[in-house]
Each structure stands twice: as structure tokens, then as C-alpha cells.
Design a binder for this molecule. Structure first.
Ligand code: 5GP
Length: 117
């Protein structure tokens, strides 16, 4: 069994977060260390540790992450100006929390790519 992260506690509201959306499948909350004026994390309620662990049966769930991202981008007023959706995978991808999450970033010009840092 993959190991749960503190995102489970955010989903369960056992630790506080600036939560913007939750349904039976998906939770979205503001990143604690925003890299842009809008920086929201959109996560499945089900634990999937990395993009490598996404199974065929998760396809609909992954689609839901994008649907929620689209709604939140509109809600944040950045749908027309534009935004970036990123999912980091493993060490070289810069993944720190092993419960997949879509970063929704926007509210300023982001350039062509995020720097390697
Ligand atoms: P990753 O590097 O895994 O793609 O992204 C993990 C994200 O989780 C980072 O952007 C980081 O700022 C965010 N994060 C880490 N700890 C917390 C926390 O306690 N609350 C919230 N809301 N975000 C967190």
C-alpha cells in the first residue's frame, strides 16, 4: 500500500488549508508557498503517489482534475489571460509530495517554462 501524505489530512480537514473546492473525487486548495498570484493545488481524493501510478481506471478521475482546474481558473479571473497546469513527477520533476497534484498557476506572465531552479 502506498504511504499517505499530509494531503490526506487536508482532504479530511484535519489540518487547515485555504480550500476552494471539494467533491467526492477531487479537492483543491491554495498552495502554502505561492509561485504566482494564483497558485492552487488540485488533487484526487484517492491516493495516487506519482504520475507513474495513474492507471487506466483513473482516466476519468484525472479528467476531473482538469475540469476543476478550468472552473477555478475562471473563478480566479485568469481563464482569458492564461495559466499553466503542471504535474511534477519524482525527484527530477521536482515532486515533493507523493500524492499527485495539478498546480494551477497564473495571474502574471509565466514565460515559456518554469526555470530549473
Ligand atoms: P510538488 O513539489 O510536490 O509538485 O508540490 C508540492 C506543493 O505543496 C508545493 O508547491 C508546496 O508549496 C505545497 N505545500 C507544501 N506543504 C503545504 C501545506 O502544508 N499546505 C499547502 N496548502 N501547500 C503545501
Amino acid at each position: 500500500m502506498p504511504e499517505e501524505t499530509f494531503f490526506r489530512k487536508i482532504i479530511n480537514k484535519e489540518i487547515p488549508s485555504d480550500m476552494l473546492y471539494q467533491d467526492d473525487f477531487v479537492t483543491a486548495f491554495r498552495d502554502i508557498a505561492p509561485q504566482a498570484p494564483t497558485h492552487i493545488l488540485i488533487i484526487p481524493n484517492k491516493l495516487i503517489p506519482t504520475a507513474n501510478d495513474i492507471d487506466i481506471e483513473d482516466e476519468e478521475l484525472i479528467g476531473k482534475l482538469y475540469s476543476v482546474a478550468k472552473k477555478l481558473a475562471k473563478q480566479e479571473g485568469i481563464a482569458d489571460s492564461g495559466y499553466r497546469l503542471i504535474m511534477n513527477c519524482n525527484k527530477d520533476g521536482g515532486q515533493e509530495v507523493y500524492h499527485i497534484h495539478l498546480h494551477l498557476l497564473g495571474g502574471k506572465p509565466l514565460g515559456k517554462l518554469i526555470s530549473a531552479g
